[in-house]
Unconditional design. Structure first.
Lengths: 329, 305
């Protein structure tokens, strides 16, 4: 239903926000996407239908480039347990934020709230009018050809051409008429990425998008995603449990612990990042510690001691330290 | 196995010993052959001549051909009386005669027409009802419970009532076929609509497909396989219902032909009727499978163009 207005501006940190001097609409979170959001070129606050207002139906207005995403005191309980116990988070336009957390920490819950898929959360959140989600599974409709999957929800000849461009951009040129079932895991996820990009999203929500891919494909996808984000400049929220992935890709890393953001800091490593960078290792250690993984466990040198010490905390660690240690004679 | 043994320094690997060890299972443990406790892995011998396998369709044909042969031999030898079951040759001959004088064709057209009309009405009605029940909560409340209750009634038990309503003309047969075919289509389509993957519904929300778009792009194509399963059941049931209703009250149709033959003890005509029903059942099943192949091309994972 929306069409890409212009190619995104090349300058980093600036989305096509020319905001009117109107106070930002504050949207109660119980959020269902409004049925038809016109996504205007000059984003006007589109508040429709009273309290049940779209997650990204409301565009952050305000002065100079205000935050693209503004989350205040968002809470979500499941069966009396507060999975999110008051989250505050701002994401600037064009900023790439990685959200880390252990399994069940609620990081996906926060993403789903911002995607407008969780109507039972409370608090306040504003998001850009145009949003796009990439899930862990590609979610391509199996009965629809790849190009039409990318186009899903869009209309018009122009959108069709743009979808073909987006497919070429993710390296799937020539696969327009393929059935999703014929794609490999990595190809399918790239198609899902194209489906998100063709919407020129002001906010790109990535829910462990590479979690189901093999290690080599994941490396390729990381570099593809970095290129795409550089070119399209959406605000990005990447939910992941992979610390390395977070450091490699994000401008900022946040850690969700016990329903709150226990850590939120910039990744000051510059553009080209490498695992051998000492700064990388330092940040990695700190983030792992925040996630409850000890240094010994992380380095795989823990021995029997590590196994005892890890107890409950080490279970979700990306490095299976205990297993490595047990293998030693 | 050969390579394993041939590479071993002990040289236990001539073709002869390979064959022998395969038969024996574990190799006698010689320290030269491999480490202690090692066991050869059974691998194919590339030198072994391979026989061309008999094609599967040929093997599948063997049983039926034998059965018909026994039947023919039994009939010819007088072991199977003609008034119990006519021999295959007699049946073929009778079939040819009936086809030649137009009796078979005439009644076949009548039967086909009844099935076609009944199926069309039944499937369309079921489709509408399942969409109403599947897509709207109020529809489910109104439609589903009555349908589930009616489903428990055996269709053929309705024959007396149907005769009272419609007499013994064409309507009663078409009505019974329509009713019989509606249930499987309704049940499978309704279940398929409700079974559409919730993740796709979520996706539809994130790309802001409207309600109509959701139904058109996600729900209907997602429910299509279920509908086709129902359709296949419907075809089978349509013939079943037709056979019974034509044999109870009719003055034309394949079932009538068979019932007439019963009164005159013509087992050959009865077998011809059975064979025609069988062929019709096969053909209609093939039709649905063709439909499935066309409609569910995405399932084959082929890049059809």
């Amino acid at each position: 239903m929306t069409t890409r207005t212009t190619s995104p501006p090349p300058a980093p940190g600036a989305t096509q926000v020319s905001a009117p001097a109107v106070p930002a609409p504050v949207v109660p979170v119980p959020a269902v996407p409004a049925p038809a959001v016109p996504a205007p070129a000059v984003p006007a606050p589109a508040v429709e239908g009273g309290p049940a207002v779209a997650g990204w139906a409301a565009r952050q207005g305000g002065g100079a480039p205000g935050p693209a995403v503004r989350v205040r005191e968002v809470r979500r309980e499941f069966a009396g347990r507060a999975v999110l116990a008051g989250i505050d988070l701002d994401i600037a336009p064009g900023e790439f934020v990685a959200l880390l957390g252990r399994s069940g920490s609620g990081k996906s819950t926060l993403l789903r709230i911002l995607a407008g898929l969780d109507a039972d959360a409370t608090g306040k959140a504003t998001v850009p009018a145009r949003g796009a989600v990439v899930f862990q599974d590609p979610r391509l409709l199996p009965w629809t050809r790849v190009l039409d999957n990318v186009l899903l929800g869009l209309k018009g000849r122009q959108a069709r051409a743009q979808a073909a461009v987006a497919l070429a951009e993710v390296g799937l040129g020539g696969k327009e008429r393929a059935w999703p079932g014929t794609l490999s895991g990595g190809e399918a996820q790239r198609a899902a990425l194209a489906r998100a990009l063709v919407r020129s999203p002001g906010l790109l929500l990535l829910d462990e998008p590479f979690g189901a891919l093999d290690a080599l494909t994941r490396i390729r996808m990381h570099s593809l995603l970095r290129d795409l984000c550089r070119r399209h400049q959406p605000a990005v929220l990447l939910v992941t449990h992979d610390v390395d992935e977070a450091i490699l890709l994000a401008d900022r890393v946040a850690v969700l612990t016990d329903g709150r953001l226990s850590l939120d800091e910039r990744v000051g490593l510059g553009g080209a990042r490498h695992r051998s960078d000492p700064g990388f290792a330092t940040l990695r250690t700190r983030l792992l510690a925040e996630l409850g993984v000890t240094d010994d466990e992380a380095s795989g040198a823990a021995g029997a001691r590590g196994g005892e010490a890890s107890g409950t905390t080490g279970r979700d660690a990306p490095v299976a330290a205990a297993k490595d240690a047990a293998g030693e004679p | 196995m050969t390579s394993l043994l041939l590479e071993s320094p002990g040289g236990a690997g001539t073709a002869g010993t390979v064959g022998a060890t395969r038969a024996l299972g574990p190799v006698p443990e010689t320290p030269e052959a491999a480490g202690p406790g090692s066991v050869p892995v059974a691998l194919a011998d590339p030198d072994r001549p391979r026989r061309r396998p008999v094609p599967k369709w040929l093997r599948r044909l063997l049983g039926p051909v034998l059965l018909v042969s026994f039947w023919q031999v039994g009939s010819s030898a007088g072991l199977i009386q003609a008034d119990i079951l006519a021999g295959p040759w007699t049946v073929l001959h009778t079939g040819y005669t009936l086809a030649a004088d137009g009796t078979l064709g005439h009644n076949l057209v009548i039967s086909l027409r009844r099935v076609a009309l009944g199926l069309t009405i039944g499937v369309l009605a079921a489709l509408v009802l399942s969409l109403v029940a599947g897509l709207f909560q109020i529809g489910e409340d109104l439609v589903d419970a009555p349908v589930q209750i009616l489903r428990a009634v055996p269709i053929l038990g309705l024959v007396p009532l149907a005769i009272l309503w419609f007499g013994i003309g064409e309507q009663v047969k078409i009505f019974l076929v329509a009713l019989g075919t509606a249930f499987p289509v309704y049940i499978n389509t309704f279940a398929a609509i409700r079974g559409v993957d919730g993740r796709f519904v979520e996706l539809a929300r994130t790309v802001r497909l409207g309600r109509l778009g959701l139904i058109r792009r996600v729900v209907l194509p997602g429910a299509l396989p279920g509908f086709l399963v129902g359709l296949r059941f419907a075809f089978t049931i349509s013939w079943l219902v037709l056979v019974v209703s034509e044999q109870i009250n009719a003055s034309s149709g394949i079932g009538y032909l068979m019932d007439q033959a019963r009164t005159f003890g013509q087992t050959d005509v009865i077998v011809v009727g059975l064979a025609v029903y069988g062929v019709l059942g096969l053909l209609s099943d093939a039709l649905v499978r063709l439909l499935e192949r066309r409609a569910l091309a995405w399932r084959r994972g082929l890049e059809a163009s």
